[in-house]
Design a protein around this ligand. Structure first.
Ligand SMILES: [Ca+2]
Ligand SMILES: [Ca+2]
Length: 338
């Protein structure tokens, strides 16, 4: 007993000594993520007075850092060229290695700004709307959609003014648009390929564009543009096709998320280190609208940090959309309430 007491006193003495020589250290904070993350994907879809609208789609990104201000200037939102619902074999074009080392994009949309024009404070989100309108207003083109939302205060519109004009989508002059760096109608020749639509099943990435538009699109010996040749495989699929996509080096990718209904997912076209999973508010393309009306996939928060394991199956969950809105009744709730 005496011996133990002696040791304890010695320990205590050495601890006191240690504390005396060490400068006071504050309790260690958990490591903070110091780069942007995708925060939310809402593919839109609501019943307006005059019909069904899908223009109320939006994407949010977040600065998850606890201390550091981040800047959107020079970053780009990118959509992959190949849909995760399609089984395509790209080995004949030498595309497979290119796809593992790069993010093969069909659309590259750049944020405006020249350096520090668009700061995002720690913990803040950025709302990027397809079309920054008030969808709950009776004055809206499709009339009031009671369970939709007001996006007039969005930070950006993700389509360029020209794209919106082409597609007959209202451009809010007060909300800055992203700039088209590259757009290839690879998947649906002859029809417009849209960025982030409800029908799409693509991977999306936020990237730091380390080359200018001129460098990325220079015609001769362009290392950034790939001629992709594919063969459809599996099921009843036959034939193939070809087209162009822009190769964004994986090192430029800040975050990537695959948005694809669970039942429709067949394959990934990216390096699994970018995103090893996929997620959607819909279990399948055909599920009833009431199953996902007003719902988003939102990044999980573990109580300390936003979860970023680079696996969107684990990192995201289907919850109520985060923009203020009237909650739509789910299947069963409506009849129960009446
Ligand atoms: Ca605008
Ligand atoms: Ca990630």
């Amino acid at each position: 007993m005496k011996k133990i007491l002696k040791i304890s006193v010695a320990c205590l003495a050495s601890l006191v000594a240690l504390n005396a020589c060490k400068p006071a250290v504050e309790k260690e904070e958990p490591a903070s993520i110091d780069h942007f993350l995708f925060y939310e994907f809402n593919t839109g879809g609501n019943e307006g007075d005059k019909g069904f609208i899908e223009d109320d789609a939006y994407i949010k990104i977040i600065n998850p850092s606890k201390t550091k201000t981040l800047y959107l200037d020079g970053l780009a939102l990118v959509q992959h060229a190949f849909q995760n619902k399609d089984m395509k074999d790209l080995t004949n074009s030498g595309g497979k290695d290119a796809l593992m080392n790069n993010f093969a994009a069909s659309m590259v949309l750049k944020f405006p700004g020249t350096g520090k024009d668009y700061p995002v404070a720690p913990g803040k989100t950025v709302l990027i709307a397809k079309s920054a309108r008030d969808y709950t207003s009776e004055d809206d083109f499709w009339g009031a959609a009671q369970y939709s939302w007001d996006l007039t205060n969005a930070d950006f519109e993700y389509l360029s003014e020209e794209q919106m004009e082409d597609k007959d989508i209202y451009n809010n002059p007060k909300v800055p648009n992203l700039e088209v760096i590259y757009s290839e109608e690879l998947e649906q020749k002859g029809t417009e390929t849209d960025f982030f639509t409800a029908q799409a099943a693509f991977t999306y990435a936020l990237v730091d564009l380390k080359a200018t538009k001129e460098e990325l699109t220079a015609e001769e010996n362009n290392k950034y543009v790939m001629h992709a040749v594919w063969r459809r495989v599996g099921g009843y699929a036959t034939g193939g096709g070809d087209g162009y996509c822009m190769l964004i080096p994986n090192e430029w990718v800040i975050d990537a998320v695959t948005v694809c209904p669970q039942a429709n997912y067949v394959q990934s076209y990216i390096n699994p280190s970018l995103d090893a999973g996929f997620n959607s508010v819909r279990e399948a393309f055909g599920v009833e609208f009431k199953n996902y009306e007003g719902k988003s996939i939102v990044r999980r928060f573990d109580g300390v940090n936003y979860v970023d394991t680079n696996n969107s199956t684990q990192d995201f969950e289907k919850v109520e959309a985060t923009v203020p809105h009237k909650k739509a009744p789910s299947i069963g709730e409506e009849s129960a309430a009446e």
